[in-house]
Structures are given as structure tokens and as C-alpha cells.
Design a protein around this ligand. Sequence first.
Ligand code: IPE
Ligand code: IPE
Ligand code: MG
Length: 242
Amino acid sequence: MEEALKIPNHVGIIVDGNGRWGTEKGLSRSKGHEAGFINLQKLTAYMFKRGVSYISAYLFSTENFKRSQKEVDFIMNLLTGKLKEILAFCHEEKIHVYFSGRETGLSSKVIKAMKQIEAETKTYENKYFNICFNYGGHAEIVDATKKIVEDVQNKKLDIGTLDEKLYEKYLYHKLPPVDLLIRTSGEMRISNFMLWQCSYAEFYFPKVYFPDFDDKAFEEALREYNQRNRRFGGVNNDQKSN
Ligand code: IPE
Ligand code: IPE
Ligand code: MG
């Protein structure tokens, strides 16, 4: 039976450790990426089933172009080569997919696949899957700022009215804040992931590599999340203020 736990509305996942998973098994880094891709489907289906409404997964950063052409190509081909499988999964689970990131640097084939997935799933509600691909938190903030400047120049926006709420409308997508951020593989950093949206996220850094982060591991993350005391800058009610 499922434990009665408070479920985060938006879970961020920094998918990490795929390469090490492969090499430590005497396989290739590519095999690790493939295993990560398979696990991502299983895990997202489970998380949505558990009541999570938004999932943001970091799959390729603006900095990941520093890797070998072979590895970059392999990751890109996962998206285009498995397009049918991805679409079938999204339709079966009724998942609304968004992509966040820059188009610059991506091939027209990859961009076409991303647009097709978004277009085919845009009417689904309740389960929202934001895929961060060629994504950088800095890039997202710079891109939002450029759109704001453009609107100010075109007299569509009065700069005096700009506040945090309005700024958010210029980000890649309208998403609620990240409540729980999971990064697998034991690394304890956010590597440019959703800097704006993670301002009050609870961080969780399990040691396992992503391909091994299964349903049970997610339940453990939920248990830990339920132990956290989220104050958002306030004070607990049971605290006396002298
Ligand atoms: C997958 O994990 C995430 C991507 C950046 C594509 P890695 O490829 O970073 O795996 P490790 O960290 O090298 O093991
Ligand atoms: C972060 O992982 C990017 C993604 C998960 C897509 P990396 O493996 O690229 O991050 P660093 O280099 O260890 O910080
Ligand atoms: Mg890594």
C-alpha cells in the first residue's frame, strides 16, 4: 500500500550519472544514456501516478556541448530515433510535454521532433512534463530579459510595472515553483538548472546513478521531503517571538 505522504506539486530531476553507470558496468557511456532514457519513462509514469502534477527533467545543458561529438550525437539521436516510442508513451499516459531551452545549436531534425511532441500533447491536462534540453538557467533569464527589453522598446510594457510575477511570464513556460529537486549520482550542485524556479526548492541528493533511481528510491525521496520544514522566509507558528 502507498504511504500517505504529502506530494510535491512540482518535482525537478537533474538526471545524472548515466555515463558512470555505463562505464562502471564495463559498458559504454552511451549504454548508460540508453538505460537512463528507459528509466525516465518508468519513473515519470510512477511519479505522476503518485500525484505529482509537474515534472521538470534536465536532460541536456547548454554546457553539455563541451562533450565529444559522438556523445552529443548519441543523446540527440535518442530524441529523434525514439520519437515514435516517446509519442506513444505520452499519449498512453496523457502527458502534456513542454521543452525548455535554446534552439541554437540543435539540428532541424531535433527541433522538428520537439515541436511535434509539444503539438501532439498540448491538450492533455493534469500531468505536465517539462523537458530541459539545451537548457541553461542563465540562458533562460537572459532570454526572458531580452523579451522584456523588446516589449519596453515597443511600448508594450511599462518598466515600472515589472515585478517578480510579471517577470515569470517571460520565462520559457508558465510553471509553478519547483518544490523538490532531486539530483542523482551524489553530486551536490545544480549545474545551471532552473535557477529562477528552484529558489525555495528542497534539495535531495541520492547517491545512486540515474538509471537505478526507481520507484522505491522516489518513495525514499518523498519520505525525506515530508521531514523538511518549509518556511519560505517565515517563522514556524510554534516559535515565540519574545
Ligand atoms: C546524464 O548523466 C546527464 C547528461 C548530462 C546527459 P551524465 O552523462 O552527466 O553522466 P556522468 O555524470 O558523466 O556519469
Ligand atoms: C548537468 O549534469 C546537466 C544535465 C543533467 C543535463 P552534468 O553532468 O553536465 O553536470 P556537471 O558537469 O557534473 O556539473
Ligand atoms: Mg554528469
